[in-house]
Design a protein. Structure first.
Length: 82
């Protein structure tokens, strides 16, 4: 509903971003019918959602670097706070 309101208020495009794409019930259908152009999720959970609007962003590089730093007893907070 927020995306629809934003478009009615003059937004040229509306996109949404979330960490984990865990959707239930009619969520995918609502996304498809909404004014959202794209919805981005990380691929941190199983990617079994089928939608033309849903895209995934890989977290593999960030997770790999964090694991490496833990193994080497280095800071991982510097990955997120610069």
């Amino acid at each position: 509903k927020a995306a629809n309101l934003m478009k009615k208020s003059g937004a040229k495009s509306v996109r949404a971003f979330a960490a984990h794409g865990i959707l239930s019930g009619p969520a995918v259908e609502r996304i498809e019918k909404s004014e959202l152009e794209e919805v981005y999720f990380t691929d941190s959970v199983q990617r079994d959602i089928v939608s033309t609007k849903i895209k995934y962003i890989s977290v593999a590089g960030a997770m790999g670097e964090a694991i490496k730093r833990v193994y080497k007893n280095q800071s991982i907070s510097s990955l997120y706070y610069k």
